[in-house]
Design a protein around this ligand. Structure first.
Ligand SMILES: Cc1cc2nc3c(=O)[nH]c(=O)nc-3n(C[C@H](O)[C@H](O)[C@H](O)COP(=O)(O)OP(=O)(O)OC[C@H]3O[C@@H](n4cnc5c(N)ncnc54)[C@H](O)[C@@H]3O)c2cc1C
Length: 419
């Protein structure tokens, strides 16, 4: 085994970024301890990595920092019945985020984000396949592609998405309404056309997959401690300290993989990183997963449905409202309404869930060392694509921790862009 310099690593967060980073570090022979306030094997674990839509979406290079969307934002915000909502009381707390967002909401930045999302998305599936060879994915992963449908209302935006993907060489097959209905005959024909990403796959139970990866991490010698981490510090070039309410833990290096909650920790390190959250929701329709064969996303509505083991999971909306506001019944109502528009046969729902997408205003994650504390490494901010990017993040982050060389250009993911 190679002789790595790093002697020990603590990771804060057992979401998909933390667990995959832990696994890759353990595989390099580096002792790792993962901390989380919830045990990933327990039913109290409800992080974003638990409740997402389960899409492995290597094609999703375009994000929300795009000028065509910006013009629609005010209209969407003032409609209580659209895909985007605001908790108005939270708006002042997002000032920095909005200012950075506006700076990054132009064609040049949009294409920059697309290019560097593509760089890592392109490696995302191979990175998972490597892990899947070591765990039992029976009844957990399905490869039937992913369909997006839309109406003719925003064709300019749809054409832009198709062109950017085409320019990046991403495989996509455009579909007419008839072709979509042949693939998914139960859908109500309320859309005009769409696209299928035929090689995309989906999780039938994201939490189930996370648990399997976590068990592999433990089997290989990784440690887990259930603790709510209150603070962290770099003591010297060879020591970082993580503190909970009652205990202190010392490691050579520490990784912050705390999803949308990472800002609580990076603020302590004196870095003003404008991380915030895009809140999203899901509900399940039990015993209804058979109604579709693969995930279907209705782009005009900002929502989608995934057939899962727990039932048909209807997922979506973006709500800007921070980490503390309670679940919004209006948003749940919106998701249910959208699901019934596409599948009128749906009846009662269950499991109302609110999750926190960790989002930076240029829609790129932060992967790399803290600017002021080189032994503290950041791995957060994966917004709508953190599930897809978990395995590749693990590879990148473990490489950074182990001081390995890489052919990837990691500079776009540095927190220095917000200095
Ligand atoms: C509605 C919705 C749908 C989505 N659908 C998709 C999709 O289809 N495909 C896709 O690629 N992505 C999707 N995403 C995004 C994806 O789920 C997230 O980007 C990803 O799960 C983030 O992973 P993470 O490990 O960074 O954070 P998390 O999964 O949030 O994990 C962070 C962990 O850190 C722990 N933690 C935080 N602070 C502390 C602390 N101080 N002490 C101890 N523990 C701490 C938390 O308890 C949590 O378990 C979706 C997200 C949402 C909300």
């Amino acid at each position: 085994m190679a002789n790595y310099k790093c002697k020990s690593v603590g990771i804060i967060g057992s979401g998909i970024q933390g667990i995959c980073s832990g696994l890759q570090l353990i595989k390099k022979g580096i002792p790792v301890t993962v901390f989380d306030r919830y045990d990933p094997l327990s039913s109290e674990f409800k992080s974003a990595s638990y409740g997402n839509a389960g899409h492995f979406s290597p094609y999703a290079v375009l994000q929300f920092n795009r000028p065509d969307i910006l013009y629609d934002v005010p209209k969407m915000l003032f409609s209580s019945n659209g895909p985007l909502a605001l908790k108005w009381g939270y708006v002042p707390k997002m000032t920095q985020w909005f200012l950075h967002y506006l700076k990054n909401c132009n064609k040049k930045s949009m294409l920059y984000t697309a290019k560097y999302m593509h760089q890592i998305l392109n490696l995302s599936i191979d990175s998972y396949e490597e892990i899947f060879r070591e765990i039992d994915t029976t009844n957990l992963v399905e490869k039937k592609g992913i369909i997006y449908v839309w109406t003719n209302q925003n064709l300019k935006s749809r054409n832009l998405e198709i062109k950017v993907r085409r320019d990046l060489g991403i495989e996509q097959k455009l579909l007419t309404q008839k072709e979509i209905l042949e693939l998914e005959p139960n859908l109500s024909p309320v859309f005009d056309s769409g696209v299928i990403f035929e090689s995309a796959m989906h999780a039938k139970d994201p939490h189930g997959i996370l648990k399997e990866i976590f068990k592999l991490f433990l089997k290989k010698g990784g440690k887990f401690i259930k603790e709510d981490i209150k603070s962290l510090k770099q003591i010297s070039e060879s020591e970082t300290v993580i503190k909970s309410e009652n205990r202190e833990y010392s490691f050579e290096k520490t990784v912050i993989a705390s999803g949308a909650f990472s800002k609580n920790l990076t603020d302590q390190l004196g870095e003003k990183i404008p991380l915030d959250t895009e809140r999203g929701y899901h509900v399940h329709f039990k015993d209804m997963a058979h109604l579709i064969s693969r995930p279907v996303i209705f782009l005009d509505r900002g929502f989608g449905m995934t057939p899962m083991n727990q039932g048909l999971r209807a997922v979506g909306t973006v709500e800007l409202g921070g980490l503390k506001n309670p679940i919004s019944k209006k948003r749940i109502g919106y998701v249910i309404k959208c699901a019934k528009e596409l599948l009128p046969q749906l009846k009662e729902h269950e499991d109302e869930w609110l999750g926190f997408r960790p989002t930076l205003p240029d829609f790129l994650p932060i992967l790399g060392p803290s600017l002021k504390n080189k032994n503290i490494i950041y791995a957060f901010g994966h917004h709508h694509l953190g599930w897809t990017l978990g395995a590749v993040t693990g590879k990148i982050v473990s490489g950074i921790v182990a001081d390995e060389k890489t052919n990837l250009d990691l500079s776009p993911y540095s927190s220095s862009r917000f200095k």
